[in-house]
Design a protein around this ligand. Sequence first.
Ligand SMILES: [Zn+2]
Length: 462
Amino acid sequence: MLNLYDTHTRTLRPFEPLVAGRVGIYVCGATVQAPPHVGHIRSGLSFDILRRWLMASNFDVTYIRNVTDIDDKIIHNASHEDVPYWVVAMRNERAFTWAYDVLGCLPPTYEPRATGHIPEMVALMQRLIDIGYAYEVDGTVWFSVRSWKSYGSLSGQRLDDIMPSADAATLGKRDLHDFALWKAAKTDEPYWDTPWGPGRPGWHIECSAMATKYLGAEFDIHGGGIDLVFPHHENEIAQSCSAGDAYARYWLHNAWVTTAGEKMSKSLGNSLLVTEVVKRVRPIELRYYLGAVHYRSMLEFSYEALEESAVGFRRVEAFLVRAAEAAGRQLAMGVRSEVFDASMNDDLGVPGAIASMHDTVRAGNAALAVGDNTVAVTAAESVIAMLDVLGLNPYASHWSTSAAADDSRDKALGVLVAGALQARTDARARKDFAAADAVRDQLVEAGIVIEDTPAGPRWTVG
Ligand SMILES: [Zn+2]
């Protein structure tokens, strides 16, 4: 039975889906103002592990991760470059897609963009205005926070303890805590037409509109980074629940990546961009490093720890290579340890799950040392099954460049070429030169370069 820590109730709760066998997840995706550093990618990776565990637990998962493709910083960056906002948004959306993909995150079932959902936002705002939870002033639509009595329930704050933003008094709202659902157009800014005039969406209304469009008025899990609890998710709940939608049943939040104890930020420069970090370690090693920490624990990033962690992962791969040699065949998917499954069911306890995987590697290595190949191969196949759930199975097609996969492919190629060269030698021995040449031509066509040496034919991939 899976238990998940629900930020809203501040308790571990048994996960019970709305519809048996199915799970709908909405994760707040990137605001595409700049390319991602490793801190940006942790949320997508944490919820990819949740999704994979739910799939391994036989759930049919619908996974929605949005793209916020309009906001102040996107507009600001675009005006600096003197290009439309969507040039900046699309360039960075591609950078995020690349980073998610390079780290082996499964593509979302659907990935809605905020600007593609203006009619849904207008409809939701109209509902809120009609029932008195929202009001319009000079083309800006405000949410009336005091009229929603449970405001603050997610973040555990009382409204009177929340400081309004510094510019709150100047904007014509009825209460300093009210937040914008829709922002009236400013000069030279992109806008969309609405019943209240031209403008652009506030961030919070985007997610309420997109989550319910794809997952329904009530859905299972809403996820995001811990920094989104307030105000973003608090405001999503206020908008959607006051409109009468039951909204998310579980709220899950991943912790930050920190450097020197601080939340990773752009001011740290480019060295932590995903594009840069994967020059230092292989992507599968970066995924192992980022995924191995419990999703609710802060991850203190350092290259030293990353490289140490990569060495640990290579030890696992080396065991798999040796076990495959001992098996004399390709390893199959085995059975995960009970400790692994129990850890994952305990609020995605990846650290415990990985510890159990390493225990299995140690047992397998000990078995290899005493020549007990059967035990070693069973252990290796169990390790593969555990890695697979974490998106770290080096034999999975996604990781075709990882060491274990390379190794097994090279071995397969070596066996095939050796067989062909033996056939050529045999053909020559019986003076069937046409057959010998045919073998040679076939190898050359496949890009294999053959060199006849006194010690026999040598080959390389040309
Ligand atoms: Zn969101």
